[in-house]
Design a protein around this ligand. Structure first.
Ligand code: 5GP
Length: 188
């Protein structure tokens, strides 16, 4: 069996990454998402083990000590990390793994971890702001923080192997699935 690939996706909040990744998993059943560990609290619609493994800061720091993370970072005051063991075991089963992680985490992996790096961005910061307000999952202050962070993250797009601008969901999805198919056929 061929070893699965890893796709690392970074995208500012409100880019549509969750929808795009969901579409990809629905179409291709040999793709799994990595469920990260985080110290932030669950949002209203989030489920333990599906969206994240929600753990305490103490438990997270213990995992850092035990070298359980492929990468981890602090985003908006909370820790987020990817389980080394999970990614490895899925790849061994021939599954492709998608990591949706922030730019700090992706930059840690570049150059030392074999993966396909994809950056997704909204058409513009104005559009991103409109999307975040429409989503109404956060207050004004949190949205402002996310926007300034998004601006910084977007400057890192050229470091990734691919850059998808999501100005139209269907077009963005076509690009994403094309990347997957092409990468499966690349000579390695
Ligand atoms: P949120 O709190 O909105 O779910 O996620 C905040 C940010 O943390 C997003 O950019 C998300 O991609 C990132 N993130 C989620 N899991 C991980 C992880 O395991 N590692 C890193 N570095 N970032 C993560």
């Amino acid at each position: 069996m061929k070893r699965g690939l890893v796709f690392v996706i970074s995208a500012p909040a409100g880019t549509g990454k969750t929808t795009l990744v969901k579409m990809l998993k629905e179409e291709f059943h040999h793709i799994v998402g990595s469920v990260s560990y985080t110290t932030r609290l669950p949002r209203a619609n989030e489920v333990e083990g599906r969206d994240y493994h929600f753990i305490s800061t103490k438990a997270f720091e213990q995992k850092i000590k035990e070298d359980e993370f492929l990468e981890y970072a602090k985003v908006f005051d909370h820790y987020y990390g990817t389980s080394k063991k999970y990614v490895e075991s899925q790849q061994e089963k021939g599954k492709h793994v998608i990591l949706v992680i922030d730019t700090q985490g992706a930059l840690q992996l570049m150059g030392r971890f074999d993966a396909i790096y994809i950056f997704m961005s909204p058409p513009s910061l104005e559009e991103l702001m409109a999307r975040l307000y429409r989503r109404k999952s956060e207050d004004e202050e949190a949205i402002r923080t996310r926007l300034s962070w998004a601006e910084r993250e977007m400057a890192l797009a050229p470091k990734y192997n691919y850059h998808i601008v999501n100005d139209n969901l269907k077009t963005a999805y076509d690009v994403l699935r094309s990347i997957l198919i092409a990468e499966e056929h690349r000579n390695r």
